[in-house]
Design a protein around this ligand. Structure first.
Ligand code: RP5
Length: 162
């Protein structure tokens, strides 16, 4: 199995149904990744160890998804210089606006590239990770260009009746 270039991490098993969207994009684009549950609150030591070892393990992008008090992406960004893409998972109580605000409002110095709330954000996180890697990988760049061309081609010119 190829060594993971992208780490997909999430605060809970319950986030996987959303974060799977990032994994599916990386599968389509043949980008090696790993997926782990790493919680800022429930497993803080795991978060620390993951961030501390990310560079030496060869991770080039981290996609971090969390909901509610969504501290995982920001804490990970504080622990590693590997670029972190944050995905606000849709929460039950506040529909993910809490997650979005928690992730996007980083203090100067520790950025998190924050996506949209929910599945679209997860898929876009996969695409963003691929785009970052494609700057130094021409084969991946071609696959990503082809993916984008196929998406555009799938959009009809005119609306159809249901
Ligand atoms: C966060 O709390 C997780 O990222 C998840 O989105 C949310 C709820 O977690 P569970 O109670 O479903 O485990 O830590």
């Amino acid at each position: 199995m190829a060594k993971a270039k992208v780490g997909i991490i999430m605060g809970s098993q319950s986030d996987w149904s959303t974060m799977r969207g990032a994994a599916e994009i990386l599968d389509e684009l043949n980008v090696a990744y790993e997926a782990k549950i790493v919680s800022a609150h429930r497993t803080p030591d795991r978060l620390w160890a993951y961030g501390k070892s990310a560079v030496e393990r060869g991770l080039q992008v981290i996609i971090a998804g969390a909901g509610g008090a969504a501290h995982l992406p920001g804490m990970m960004a504080s622990k590693t210089r590997v670029p972190v893409i944050g995905v606000p998972v849709q929460s039950k109580a506040l529909s993910g606006v809490d997650s979005l605000y928690s992730i996007v409002q980083m203090p100067k110095g520790f950025p998190v590239a924050t996506m949209a709330i929910g599945p679209a954000g997860a898929a876009n996180a996969g695409l963003m990770a691929a785009a970052i890697l494609a700057t130094a990988d021409t084969d991946l760049a071609t696959r990503l260009d082809d993916w984008r061309t196929a998406l555009s081609a799938s959009i009809p010119d005119e609306p159809q009746d249901d």
